[in-house]
Design a binder for this molecule. Structure first.
Ligand code: NAG
Ligand code: NAG
Ligand code: NAG
Ligand code: NAG
Ligand code: NAG
Ligand code: NAG
Length: 384
């Protein structure tokens, strides 16, 4: 009789424990579902990191600028441009992945000689992986530190968005090289991405000597880059430097079929200031901070490299041309010459549009001590 009673109590207890477990499980599921409403939540593993911004509740999300609907011809504009006008004023987005210690903290950030700032997007996993083991490898080279960050927004919605965010979180756990904010990682949000990076830099890495800012599909010869930057006479990063593929005397493209289409509703002026092609350019820490300062008083323009040019112009600084930066690709003179002959890439500092596997091969080949190249070929030094 007594034994039966104990058994009964044990059974009830087990039931209660099971119920408790099930309820808890439901709780975590609820949490996951609430994420799907895109609430802003700091990744849990990072809660120990110092942060000055608290996660923002849904209600503080940036609201549409309703007056944009009243702009002449608004309804005839392509969707992404309408979107741009509606959210043009929004500059604050919650950080999903942060790296406060990337540069050893703000005070030590001058120990970073070259910070590689690479614009990527969630899907571009293969590109990031190959860069990590090739030209963007973090290392001490010729006595100076090269560091790397990828700057990324979010894409997709619902499960897909969460899966991609999980990927980035996993990558970040392994590599500590991702800065991610919760905004739509679209072409017309690239300027926003750049400003968010500069804001992060101001807070956590204010004094890197130099930066490379570029796309995740470039081949960069970071050895040559360090050599070039170390050769800067009396500029340790505290003076102006902004160099790349210089573009001048151009203005907004007004054909609506172009990727770069900027209608008068976005910019009225027919001219852009001089700027460097956004595929990749080099700048000093000083110039990066100056650009950030200027950005506070310049309305966003969707084309990020032009926007950089606007900030420079406002600061009274000029971008310059570097022959080794080929964001428009490399012009190889003869037809029967291999476009990917490593000798061409030994001389340059940056070329746009490389597939991941080609980056891997080229990075190996330019370091081959037995590579036989002629004297610097003049055809490599002309303008692109
Ligand atoms: C848009 O224009 C209408 C008519 O001129 C005006 O009544 C309305 O207040 C405007 N809306 C905004 C948000 O500016
Ligand atoms: C809202 O849009 C109108 C029309 O484009 C613009 O004049 C105004 O400056 C915008 N407001 C903000 C806060 O950006
Ligand atoms: C992001 O922007 C692109 C281009 O404007 C658009 O096609 C896409 O639907 C947007 N994604 C989200 C999740 O808003
Ligand atoms: C930029 O991102 C914000 C936040 O996700 C989004 O609301 C806006 O539509 C995006 N703008 C463009 C032009 O894609
Ligand atoms: C940016 O502005 C801040 C405050 O206005 C100033 O202290 C700082 O020196 C400026 N930095 C540069 C690089 O212009
Ligand atoms: C440079 O390339 C051109 C065109 O292929 C070739 O005619 C010339 O001999 C090369 N010069 C050197 C120094 O290799």
């Amino acid at each position: 009789m007594r034994k039966k009673k104990t058994e009964k109590i044990a059974l009830i207890l087990t039931g209660v424990v099971c119920l408790f477990i099930i309820m808890n499980k439901n709780d975590t599921e609820d949490e996951v579902t609430s994420n799907s409403k895109d609430t802003y939540e700091m990744p849990r593993h990072q809660t120990h990191l110092p942060r000055s911004k608290t996660p923002q509740p849904l209600s503080s999300r940036c609201q549409q600028n309703m007056s944009a609907y009243n702009v002449t011809g608004f309804s005839t504009l392509p969707g992404h441009i309408q979107d741009f006008l509606l959210y043009r004023h929004c500059r604050n987005f919650p950080m999903l992945l942060d790296l406060p210690n990337k540069c050893g903290g703000p005070l030590n950030s001058a120990d970073v000689f070259l910070l590689l700032v690479i614009k990527s997007s969630p899907e571009n996993y293969e590109r990031r992986e190959v860069l990590r083991k090739t030209w963007a490898k973090e290392r001490l080279h010729k006595g100076v530190w090269i560091r790397r960050v990828f700057i990324i927004g979010t894409t997709k919605t619902g499960f897909e968005k969460r899966r991609l965010n999980k990927l980035l979180k996993l990558e970040n756990n392994e590599n500590e090289d991702i800065l991610q904010w919760d905004f739509n990682d679209s072409f017309f949000n690239l300027t926003l991405k750049q400003i968010l990076f500069l804001e992060w830099m101001e807070r956590w890495c204010p004094h890197p000597r130099f930066l490379l800012n570029g796309d995740d599909d470039i081949f960069a010869n970071t050895f040559n880059m360090v050599e070039y930057l170390q050769g800067q006479e009396d500029n340790d990063g505290s003076k102006h430097l902004f160099t790349g593929h210089l573009i001048q005397n151009v203005g907004p493209i007004r054909h609506s079929s172009s990727k770069y289409f900027v209608p008068v509703q976005v910019q009225e002026s027919e001219s852009y200031p001089p700027y460097c092609g956004g595929g990749g350019f080099l700048l000093s820490g000083f110039t990066a901070r100056t650009i950030y300062n200027m950005s506070h008083s310049i309305i966003l323009l969707p084309i990020d490299d032009v926007y950089m040019g606007m900030c420079l112009e406002k600061a009274g600084l000029k971008p310059t041309s570097h022959f080794g930066v080929r964001t428009a690709g490399l012009h190889v003179p003869a037809e029967n010459v291999d476009n990917f002959h490593p000798c061409y890439y030994r001389e340059i500092i940056l070329v746009h549009r490389f597939l991941p596997h080609m980056i891997f091969v080229m990075w190996d080949e330019i370091q081959n001590p037995h590579l036989q190249c002629g004297k610097t070929n003049s055809s490599l030094q002309g303008s692109p």
